[in-house]
Design a binder for this molecule. Sequence first.
Ligand SMILES: [Zn+2]
Length: 44
Amino acid sequence: MVKCMNCGHDNIEMAKFCRSCGSPISLTSAYILNCTINGIKNIS
Ligand SMILES: [Zn+2]
């Protein structure tokens, strides 16, 4: 999930805009989140 920087709503990773408030979702934050998820998968 990608958290909206504006309202905190959890959006799907592919979302370009927040489904709650319509703010653009930062691609950078989505990238970091995916790296974190992949890292957790690799560890476990
Ligand atoms: Zn939002």
